[in-house]
Design a protein. Structure first.
Length: 155
């Protein structure tokens, strides 16, 4: 009778150890999956933020091209720690297409950075600049700039 009770205790302890080991393996697997999913979520947020950061520089560059005469500076913004954007602009020789009208091609490269992601977008712009205004037969200097076309070359 005593021998049978010892066997039952041994079987109970062994069963408990096996169940605890299996439970630990399942818990560790679930924990690893949760950490992996959190890491993927953070990476997808950085990927999307890099695109948004590049849009900031793209839009600011367009505004400056439209409002400044031959805007040619490169832009660099630190939005916040680990978040930045930059743009590089290259103007080509303007072509006279009419009295006081010039068309110019512009290459614009914008970079958005978020965390460890950098996204680069290249655009070709066609700019038309009106330097004169015909009012009552007179010519006036107006320096009006229109962005005629924007083509995304690569992303």
């Amino acid at each position: 009778m005593i021998k049978n009770k010892k066997n039952q205790g041994f079987i109970a302890i062994l069963s408990l150890l096996i169940i605890a080991t299996i439970s630990m393996i399942i818990a560790m697997t679930l924990l690893k999956d949760g950490v992996d999913n959190a890491s993927l979520s953070l990476q997808s947020i950085h990927y999307a933020n890099a695109k948004l950061n590049s849009v900031i520089c793209f839009e600011d560059s367009l505004i400056r091209i439209k409002t400044e005469d031959q805007f040619s500076r490169n832009l660099n913004y630190e939005i916040e720690t680990g978040q930045s954007c930059s743009s590089i602009i290259q103007w080509y020789t303007p072509q006279q297409t009419g009295t006081g009208i010039q068309e110019t091609l512009v290459d614009l490269e914008v970079r958005g950075i978020s965390g460890n992601f950098t996204r680069i977008f290249n655009y070709a712009l066609k700019i038309k600049r009106f330097d004169v205004n015909h009012i009552d037969g007179t010519l006036e200097y107006v320096n009006e700039i229109d962005i005629i076309s924007i083509e995304e070359l690569s992303s």
